[in-house]
Every structure is written in structure tokens, then in C-alpha cells.
Write a protein that binds this ligand. Structure first.
Ligand SMILES: [Zn+2]
Length: 323
């Protein structure tokens, strides 16, 4: 579907994922894609078909600009590279994080198991151990050809894109601003309906929620009329959507503090006391609970950094309390 002059939005299907598809944006003049899709032959043929409708073949592609390194945005690149050596562009942090993640992955089962204990989810240990085999895959780094910095301008035929570094959903996340045409390619930083997953692992030393809220401020007043996201659907009112997202996180932070006030103290216990939009905590499967816990942990670390709460480790479990 054409969404602006020379800009096409491709739906790249995502099997086994409730989001259904990732958007890949095709900038026709410069034979450039913004993001790709999941690593799947069906996704590749869907992409090829949509390129074909624009009179372009996979082998004509010149480059792919990556908003962030999640599998549903970059996984398909290795498949594309079997036909054509496309140039890839991503934020500098993407490269640094790949090395770090490969190190973490070598001990992934051990790290995950330790994290479960620290978060107070030790009762799920037996469940996790059934999946030990799934932690043995070795991630291969994606070759990145050009590293971008905040404020860089990418000059393509007929389109100039300003790079806005928006860490939060991912540390390397960028949005791309087409200033001339008042368009923002928002990746997963701002989606129209769902709130981006902002999470943290116990082996990471970051404050992703603090980063995310700063990154929302960075984009909220941009002069744009059209927002082209990584999933769901296009939208127009950026300030309104950003203020909804601020409210969502404010409300969640209040919920976290209320849980602490009522005596909950471990990450899992606090997560269990929060209202989740997707489904109630009690009926979540283990992996969803774990995602909810890492999201809760990001909120706890944010409050800890603001000195609103205290952290203490007792018998190998992190405990939080109001300051
Ligand atoms: Zn995504």
C-alpha cells in the first residue's frame, strides 16, 4: 500500500504471533527498506510479492535501515542476503549490544534460572528446567554495515531521514523523521494501540523505563502529520498518543507502589498484583508471566533510581519496599 509519495507499506506476516505482521517500508527511489520481518520463508515470499507489485525484485534492494534489533524486524535480513548483499544501517548501540548478548547467551540458561530466583519466581524453576534444551542455540551476529548516531541524516534519492535515537523498548531503537514530508517512522517506540514492551533483566545495568519516557519526550512535539509504526496501523495524532503512553506508565508506577504498600515485595509478587491488559496474571502461562515480571522489574528499577523505593537482597531474592 502506498502511504506517501514513493513510500510503500508492506505487511510481512508473522506466524504464531498475535500481532500478525510487521510493517516493512519500501522507499522506491532509493530501493531501501525500513525493517524486514521474521525469519520465515513465508514472510520472504510475502515481501517478494509486494516488491514485485512495485516492479522491483529482491535482488534490486540496496539497503535496509533497522529501527531495532528484535527478531520480528531484522530476522528476515539473513534470508534476503541469500539473494542480494544489502547494506544494513542501525544505531551504534546495536553493534555493541550484539557482542554483549552473545556473551549472555552462552550462559543463558544459568542466567535465566538465576534471574527467576532473584525475582522471587523460584517455584517455576522446575518448569524452566524442562526448556533447558531451548537455551542451547547460538545466536549469530547480524553484519551491520553502517552505524548511526542520534541526529544523523540519511540522504537517499528524494528522501532525507533524520535519525532520532529512542532507547527504551530496545536500547538501540531509532525513529526516522522525514522532515520534508512530516512523517515519522516510529518502529515499536510508539504504536497506536498497544504499549511497547519495556523490560529489564537482572543481569543488565540499565534503566529502560527512564530511557523510554525520555524518548517519548524526544518525539512528542515533532512536526509530523503521519506516523508509520512497526505494527498495528498508521495514525496521526502523535502528542495525544504519547500522552496516553505517559499516563499508562504513571498508572502502572502507582500500581507498583500500591502493591509494595500492601506488603508485596518480590518482583513476581508485585507483578501478580498488577492489572495486565492482555490477561489476568493467574491465567498467564509461565513465559508470559516471565515477560510481565521483567516489565515489572523495569518499573521497580525506575522507582529505585528515583529513590522512591528501596532494594534489599534477602536469601537470594530481591525485595522492594517504599522509601
Ligand atoms: Zn516489533
Amino acid at each position: 500500500m502506498q502511504v506517501a509519495e514513493g513510500v510503500y507499506q508492506f505487511k510481512v506476516p508473522m506466524r504464531h504471533n498475535p500481532l500478525g505482521y510487521t510493517y516493512s517500508y519500501f522507499l522506491k527511489e532509493s530501493k531501501t527498506l525500513i525493517d524486514a520481518g521474521i525469519p520465515d520463508w513465508g514472510s520472504l515470499s510475502a515481501l517478494e510479492k509486494q516488491l514485485g507489485e512495485q516492479g522491483t525484485h529482491l535482488k534490486d534492494l540496496k539497503r535496509i535501515i533497522i529501527t531495532h534489533m528484535h527478531n520480528d524486524h531484522v530476522g528476515l535480513i539473513e534470508y534476503i542476503r541469500q539473494s542480494v548483499d544489502v547494506e544494513t544501517l542501525a544505531h551504534r548501540i546495536a553493534d555493541e549490544r550484539q557482542e554483549e548478548q552473545i556473551r549472555v547467551y552462552k550462559e543463558m540458561y544459568k542466567n535465566t534460572s538465576e534471574e527467576l530466583q532473584l525475582m522471587g519466581g523460584g517455584s517455576f524453576q522446575q518448569f524452566l528446567s524442562r526448556f533447558e534444551h531451548a537455551f542451547r542455540e547460538d545466536p549469530k551476529p547480524l553484519k551491520l554495515d553502517k552505524l548511526l548516531e542520534d541526529g544523523d541524516t540519511i540522504d537517499l534519492d528524494g528522501i532525507s531521514l533524520k535519525v532520532i535515537w529512542t532507547p527504551g523498548h530496545a536500547a538501540e531503537h531509532i525513529c526516522l523523521h522525514d522532515m520534508d514530508r512530516r512523517i515519522l517512522f516510529s518502529g515499536d517506540h510508539v504504536l497506536p494501540k498497544i504499549t511497547s514492551h519495556v523490560s529489564l533483566h537482572t543481569w543488565e545495568k540499565r534503566d529502560p523505563l527512564g530511557d523510554y519516557l525520555n524518548s517519548l519526550n524526544k518525539v512528542k512535539d515533532l512536526p509530523v502529520d503521519l506516523i508509520l509504526p512497526g505494527h498495528e496501523h498508521n495514525f496521526t495524532n502523535l502528542p495525544e498518543r504519547v500522552s496516553q503512553l505517559f499516563k499508562h506508565h504513571e498508572a502502572r508506577l502507582v500500581e507498583v507502589k500500591e502493591a509494595l504498600k500492601s506488603g508485596k515485595s518480590s518482583v513476581f509478587d508485585v507483578a501478580g498484583a498488577i492489572h495486565w491488559d492482555s490477561r489476568p496474571w493467574l491465567v498467564m502461562d509461565f513465559w508470559t508471566k516471565r515477560m510481565a515480571a521483567t516489565e515489572t522489574y523495569a518499573h521497580l528499577i525506575y522507582l529505585k533510581n528515583k529513590a522512591e523505593i528501596n532494594e534489599k537482597t534477602i536469601d537470594g531474592i530481591l525485595h522492594y519496599s517504599l522509601a
